[in-house]
Write a protein that binds this ligand. Structure first.
Ligand code: SF4
Length: 283
């Protein structure tokens, strides 16, 4: 007898199929490799010491050639800061505790003005041994209410993007540039982002994912340390703190302009190749 599914599950499945159709996918993914913990170097340093927050001075992104699509980017960079020094490698079994130590240090944070409108601080969510990490801009209303990243409509789309890659959300780790909701969903101001991102860099250093995906221009700016057009950053692999960084559109932007989903999918395929995942065929 066929199993009945409830209407919410049916709608979620329909939404996922619409997303695949938007990507032009006719074939579903296959995993060639089993997910394994990345950066798991036995015997290396224990829990990373607190990364010192250094003065943020100028940083330059090196000159880059054509991207994966053969396009020469018109790079115009504006320096925003220099990232803190990279922390020590944390063994896989100590990563959950190391993340908790960062969360404890953040506490009931009032380090920047964003705390004033916050309901719940959104630290991050996912597997401490994730091979794939996503970084967005900041919490929205749903995230602020629940204390979890990407749980609203944009989160549903991100879940579909992850599923299209052949992965589960629980296998990944998701965080934002700022951990408290900017009023009216505006982009974080530089002083807010620069106050909060040292914690994000420490999370990245603990997780040391194999691939990091920056969702949108704000994430790309505050990870790479320079402001430049998204077009010049997409379609290539950036070496970043011992991981491969890939830049793509923010899911909220894709909700506003679904025509760009195929572009985002092209970026995610680069991430899949970096992860050793087989890219499904397109129709
Ligand atoms: Fe603290 Fe970050 Fe929240 Fe600002 S955004 S109050 S620095 S946790």
């Amino acid at each position: 007898m066929p199993r009945l599914i409830d209407s919410a599950t049916r709608e979620a499945l329909a939404e996922r199929l619409r997303f695949y159709r938007d990507l032009g996918l006719t074939d579903f993914y296959h995993k060639d490799v089993e997910p394994v913990a990345s950066g798991d170097v036995a015997g290396e340093a224990a829990i990373a010491p607190a990364t010192e927050v250094v003065a943020r001075t100028a940083a330059e992104i090196p000159a880059q050639g054509p991207n994966h699509f053969g396009e020469e980017p018109a790079i115009k960079t504006r320096k925003v800061f220099q990232a803190p020094e990279i922390g020590a490698v944390v063994p896989a079994e100590q990563r959950a505790a190391a993340l908790q130590a960062i969360r404890d240090e953040i506490g009931d944070c009032t380090r920047c003005g964003l705390h004033k409108g916050r309901n719940k601080l959104v630290f991050g969510d996912g597997a401490p041994t994730a091979r794939l990490m996503f970084v967005g801009e900041g919490p929205g209303a749903d995230e602020d209410a629940q204390g979890l990243p990407f749980v609203g409509r944009a989160g549903q789309l991100l879940n579909n993007m992850i599923a299209a890659m052949g992965l589960k959300r629980e296998e990944c780790y998701i965080a934002n540039v700022v951990k408290c909701r900017p009023p009216g969903n505006r982009a974080p101001e530089p002083d807010e982002a620069n106050t909060c991102t040292p914690f994000l860099f420490r999370q990245i250093d603990v997780l040391r994912p194999q691939v990091l995906v920056a969702l949108g221009a704000t994430a790309a700016t505050y990870l790479l340390g320079a402001r430049q057009p998204l077009a010049g950053l997409r379609g290539r692999v950036h070496a970043f703190r011992g991981t491969s960084l890939i830049v793509t559109y923010h899911p909220a932007f894709l909700l506003r302009d679904p025509r760009q989903k195929k572009e985002a999918w092209a970026d995610l395929q680069i991430a899949m190749k970096e992860l050793g995942l087989k890219v499904p065929k397109r129709g």
